[in-house]
Design a protein around this ligand. Structure first.
Ligand code: GLY
Length: 339
């Protein structure tokens, strides 16, 4: 088991790369731990949960809401959970968010850990400490930033991952490549999802590389005052589309990245939109879409990256080099309407 320790401002996260769920009982005190998972994971991997205290939630982004956190809290009270209890989210991004959020408010904060079971959760959602719930169409409007005590990867969970979930994960991997790793972008251009699925070593290296890339950015700017905003590439339009059109996160940010490339051309002279679009399509992701501009622009008003009349928008200067640009909302809307 490869073990790394990531130091953050007030805490540290142990990272167990390419590990196994069975190692969990060596890492935590089983009696004082509650696993939070969803019905899909529980059905597919039920035997793993034997002898653990479990809360099993209904699956789906529509349950990433305050009411679910309240339901978890009620169950924790019934289970007699106290300040020594640790919550471990075993699942995709919805589960890691709900677990991190509940752990940060229950009794004013108890420890949490994550066993991400989707590619997207491994390379993105479980890393960085941001956790939140959606409020209507507003993604992650309510939440906290608090680092988990550990993250453990068991790649066996990916064996049951449906194709859409592979595409979802690759959207965030392509995002990382676009904003900060041209070498990885070149590799993605040459490969396919099938290649990574079938070559465990390559998949493990890719997941580790993305985990380290994201962690590096978060460690430099844990509370998103500057550089961390780069990770929002494709997310302004993506989040505005995601819940309105019931897209997966990967599909939504893929469309968001496509439009962000065109905006990058206008704001930063970016010349490689077609390369990005080709890679997104190659990994099964949508790029151009028709949508209701008025509704999308209404959602922009509540975007956390908005500061008064300006949006902190992420553009590409070139592949592998993202930049933050403050752009008047009206100008942003005009450019999008013209694409
Ligand atoms: N939990 C995702 C992040 O912190 O970015």
């Amino acid at each position: 088991m490869k073990h790394l320790k990531f130091k953050f401002s007030a805490s540290a996260t142990d990272f167990y790369a390419d590990s196994s769920f069975s190692q969990l009982k060596k890492i935590v005190d089983q009696a004082n731990t509650v696993l939070i998972t969803d019905e899909n994971i529980f059905r597919l991997h039920g035997s793993k949960f034997k002898n653990w205290n479990c809360i099993v939630l209904r699956p789906g982004e529509e349950f990433k809401v305050q009411a679910t956190a309240d339901a978890v809290i009620s169950q924790l009270i019934k289970m007699g959970a106290d300040r020594k209890t640790m919550l471990i989210g075993v699942g995709g991004g919805v589960i890691t968010d709900i677990t991190g959020f509940t752990a940060s408010v229950y009794m004013r904060g108890i420890k949490s850990g994550f066993v991400p079971t989707t590619l997207l959760a491994m390379v993105d959602a479980s890393i960085g400490g941001k956790n939140g719930v959606d409020v209507g169409v507003y993604k992650n409007l309510v939440g906290t930033i608090r680092q988990p005590s550990f993250i453990l990867h068991d790649l066996d969970f990916l064996d049951t991952l449906p194709p859409l979930e592979w595409e979802n994960g690759f959207a965030e991997i392509i995002k990382h490549a676009c904003i900060m790793d041209v070498t990885m972008f070149n590799k993605l251009e040459q490969q396919t999802i099938g290649h990574f699925r079938e070559t465990r070593k390559e998949l493990s290296n890719l997941i580790r590389r993305n985990t380290l890339l994201k962690t590096k950015v978060v460690r430099q700017d844990e509370f998103e005052k500057g550089e961390r905003r780069l990770l929002n590439f494709g997310h302004t339009l993506g989040h505005a589309l995601e819940n309105q059109y019931e897209l997966s996160h990967g599909q939504a940010i893929s469309i968001g990245m496509t439009y962000a490339c065109h905006i990058s051309k206008q704001l930063a002279g970016f010349k490689e939109t077609s390369r990005v679009v080709t890679v997104l399509n190659k990994y099964g992701l949508p790029t151009y879409a028709s949508f209701d501009m008025k509704r999308v622009f209404e959602v922009f008003q509540m975007d956390k990256k908005r500061e008064r009349n300006d949006m902190n928008f992420i553009v590409l200067q070139k592949i592998g080099k993202g930049m933050i640009r403050s752009i008047p909302l009206k100008k942003l809307q005009k450019i999008i309407a013209g694409i």
